[in-house]
Structures are given as C-alpha cells and as structure tokens.
Design a protein around this ligand. Structure first.
Ligand SMILES: [Ca+2]
Length: 206
C-alpha cells in the first residue's frame, strides 16, 4: 500500500531539533523504545540531512522524494537525478529516444513538489465521538505514542513561511492559491501542528 502523500509539507516543516530530541538512541528513559535519526544524502545541499520521507526515512526533503519517485518509479530524469536508473546490462536503452536532458524541467519539478507539500491534511472528523476517544486512550495506553508523537509544532519552511501567525486552531493548512501568491514573501513566524511523525523516526518496525 502506498503511503499517504498529504501533509508532507507540514512534516518537512518540523524543526530538526524537535525530531532529534525524541530519538533516545540508547533508550535512556527505559520505555523500551529507541529511535535513531537516519542521516541521508541531500542532493541539493551536497551533504547529509535528516531523513524524513519514504518507508525508511531515506529522503531528506519533499523535493528529493518527488524527484526520486520520478526516476525510480517512472524512469524520468530531473536536475536532481540526471542519470537514467538502469544498470549496465540495460545499456541498449540509451539508444532509445530520450524525453530531454533532464526529462523533467525544473519548473515541473517545482510544481509537483509544491503540490505535494501543500496537499492539505483532511479535516479531522468525529474527534469527540466516544468510540474515537476510547481508541485514543488505548493508543496512549498501548504505548503507540512513544513513536507516533501526537503533535509537533512546525518551524519555518519554504512555502509555509508566509502565513500569518496562528498559534492554535483547526484551520485547514492552506488555500493553495493564497500560498502560491505569497510563495516568496518574507517570513513571519508560523506555528502549526502536524500529526504523527512516525516516518521520521526509526523504531522497532522495518
Ligand atoms: Ca526510550
């Protein structure tokens, strides 16, 4: 099953320190759960960054996740990943017509990345339903929250920096038109909460 793709911009906007603070690699707090940050190659930065996306937290940014999927899933090169992803045994493929070098231009990469980052998290529903509340209680009782941190406060991030300060409240993450219009404006503080950051931790599974 493919992972959910909404809300990734919010996950990207969680400050690195907030994630690292939960790591507890040697289980110092003795709750039986130890998390270790996954430092991965960040192509655009040319150095390591905290892995946040993908089944193994092996992509540092939404952009690189998108470019990686273009290449790995559908064989489309981009400025981030300019080489076709086939091995030497398939070199004959190089003789076939190419879709350009790279095949995906930066404007399209940016557009798809922007879409992925700003696809809003569906509004919460039935949160006060007694059954849901019972489930919530069980979730905490069973220790799920040790890894699935119930909330985070986002810091500043490209694409989200232009929102007016809004410390709380269930407003949907954005209207994308508004966001697009303000895409490159300077940065007031933005505080938003994002749901579970399980993917940015490496816990018992996987
Ligand atoms: Ca622990």
């Amino acid at each position: 099953v493919a992972t959910a793709v909404f809300g990734s911009g919010l996950l990207e906007a969680i400050p690195e320190e907030a994630i690292l603070a939960l790591a507890d690699p040697d289980d110092a707090d003795g709750d039986g759960v130890s998390g270790r940050p996954n430092w991965v190659w960040d192509v655009r930065k040319g150095g390591n960054s905290l892995g946040r996306f993908g089944w193994k937290s092996n992509q540092p940014t939404v952009e690189q996740q998108v470019a990686g999927a273009f290449l790995g899933d559908i064989g489309i090169t981009s400025s981030l990943f300019p080489d076709q992803n086939h091995g030497a045994a398939q070199d004959a493929l190089d003789a076939y017509p190419s879709g350009g070098e790279p095949e995906l231009d930066d404007a399209k990469l940016e557009t798809v990345t922007f879409y992925s980052k700003t696809l809003a998290v569906p509004a919460r529903r039935g949160a006060d339903d007694p059954t849901a509340l019972r489930g919530k209680k069980l979730f905490h009782l069973a220790g799920c929250a040790a890894c699935h941190a119930p909330s985070f406060t986002t810091g500043e991030a490209e694409g989200f920096r232009s929102f007016p300060t809004k410390p709380s409240g269930p407003t949907p993450i954005c209207s994308c038109t508004t966001l697009a219009a303000r895409w490159r404006t300077p940065a007031p503080t933005t505080r938003r909460t994002a749901a579970s950051g399980a993917r940015s931790r490496s816990g018992a599974s996987a």
